[in-house]
Design a protein around this ligand. Structure first.
Ligand code: NI
Length: 259
């Protein structure tokens, strides 16, 4: 089964049970559903408790950090300890949308790096137009002591080299399938296959030929096929590699969320 390592099941309009079922019929599972604030993390854990093959992350998205309090961080820590939670995040920096002050983004990011390390769970990083600051903070906090996943990677070759030198995983979403995304595919071709992950970020970033429409976890098959194309590899072989990588990165299949 091909994993979708990053979906927002609570933002998809269709019924979650049907979405998970359709994904399974398409050969997709497990699905990691992502928390972006306390409420969404609570929903992610509820979905992971309700549907086999669904796991949760616990996080506060950089765009949701403007009013984060110490109490929120405590609540997040409590939720992140759930055994259905396989990762902390998505967290990071977003200087593109710039929805929260940079200091607030950094403080929440730092707290979540520490949380992931203390729990020994993976850290899912969102980095948009903030590569230098994000890499600096990750280095300062020694994030590499736990598993780090660069979600929907958008950096260039030099950012990639730094991430690879630090042992981070590099995750690609729908944009790697876009007709005008030669540069993204070029970057993807430089990631050792053992560090590649595939995700949908659904309901966002639908791959071709669904670009511009609401996305679904089942379409991670199209992301995987694009990565197979980049590597001139049989899609089935790429699928097995992506499954193994996700299992290793998130501790899936080792008795639930254990790692
Ligand atoms: Ni996301």
């Amino acid at each position: 089964m091909l994993p979708d390592t990053h979906a927002h099941l609570d933002m998809i309009e269709e019924d979650t049970g049907q979405v998970v079922e359709r994904a399974r019929s398409a050969g997709v599972g497990p699905i990691i559903t992502i928390g972006i604030n306390i409420e969404s993390t609570t929903r992610a854990i509820a979905a992971a408790e309700s549907y086999p093959g669904v796991f949760a992350s616990a996080g506060i998205h950089p765009n949701d950090t403007a009013e984060v309090t110490a109490d929120d961080i405590d609540r997040l820590a409590g939720l992140a300890a759930s055994e259905r939670v396989v990762a902390v995040g998505e967290t990071g920096l977003d200087f593109y949308r710039d929805a929260s002050p940079h200091e607030a983004q950094k403080n929440a990011f730092r707290e979540q790096v520490r949380l992931a390390k203390s729990l020994g769970k993976a850290l899912i990083v969102h980095d948009r137009e903030a590569h230098d600051d994000a890499l600096d903070l990750l280095a300062d906090e020694r994030a590499g002591d736990t598993t780090v996943v660069m979600h929907c990677f958008s950096g260039d070759e030099s950012v990639l080299s730094e991430c690879l030198a630090r042992g981070y995983y590099i995750s690609f979403a729908g944009p790697v399938t876009f007709k005008n995304a030669e540069r993204t595919r070029e970057v993807a071709s430089r990631v050792p296959v053992s560090r590649l992950l595939a995700e949908t970020d659904s309901p966002f970033l639908s791959p071709e030929p669904f670009r511009g429409r609401p996305n679904l976890p089942e379409r991670v098959t199209l992301v995987a096929r694009a990565l197979a194309g980049v590597w001139r590899m049989d899609p089935e072989e790429m699928g097995l590699i992506l499954e193994e990588n996700a299992g290793r990165a998130f501790g899936l299949g080792l008795g639930g969320a254990a790692r």
